[in-house]
Design a protein around this ligand. Structure first.
Ligand code: GDP
Ligand code: MG
Length: 162
């Protein structure tokens, strides 16, 4: 079967934008308003001739529950369905309590994790991304989902994790 990559992270960090970058199409719904629910979350992707499925978990953000609980549930489900997890953080915001909670879940799950430090649109923001080594999830990959910066190296790391 084709391996599955689940994309998780807080609302508005750029998960859907990054999914569009990975699949090379604009199918995942990008919203300035966090927590948009959609039906379709799985997309076919190919990188360096290898096929995989990308799951954009943004559509699983329930409104009624608190953010921390929602993201924790999102992470648990993603871990169950995925061969590897792409954990997206916003490098311009840094790590929040919710991110810390996800990190604990990911560490306990022992699934391969690729850490994407998104919104690194220019060289200036790369220092912020480097600070994410502290999470203990390995190398943070600085990317700009919006402009494509760094996405090739991140995709190479994804293939190694899958
Ligand atoms: P999601 O809620 O995690 O799926 O986030 P979205 O993909 O919907 O993006 C949320 C907002 O962040 C949108 O306004 C995007 O245009 C913006 N965004 C996403 N990636 C980047 C990036 O690499 N750089 C910048 N500057 N903005 C981004
Ligand atoms: Mg989204």
């Amino acid at each position: 079967a084709v391996p599955v990559l689940a994309v998780i992270g807080r609302p508005n960090v750029g998960k859907s934008t990054l999914v569009n970058r990975i699949i090379g199409r604009r199918e995942a719904v990008v919203e300035d308003v966090p927590g948009v629910t959609r039906d379709r979350v799985s997309y076919d992707a190919v990188w360096n001739g290898r096929a995989f499925t990308v799951v954009d978990t943004g559509g699983w953000d329930p409104d009624a529950r608190g953010l921390a609980e929602s993201i924790a549930a999102q992470a648990e489900i993603a871990i169950q369905v995925a061969d590897a997890v792409l954990f997206v953080v916003d490098a311009t915001v840094g790590i929040t309590d919710v991110d810390e909670k996800v990190v604990r879940i990911l560490r306990a799950a022992k699934k391969p994790v690729v850490l994407a430090a998104n919104k690194v649109d220019d060289q200036r923001t790369e220092a912020e991304a480097a600070g994410l080594w502290n999470l203990g999830l390995g190398q943070p990959w600085p990317v700009s989902a919006l402009h494509g910066r760094g996405s090739g190296d991140m995709l190479d790391a994804i293939l190694e994790a899958l």
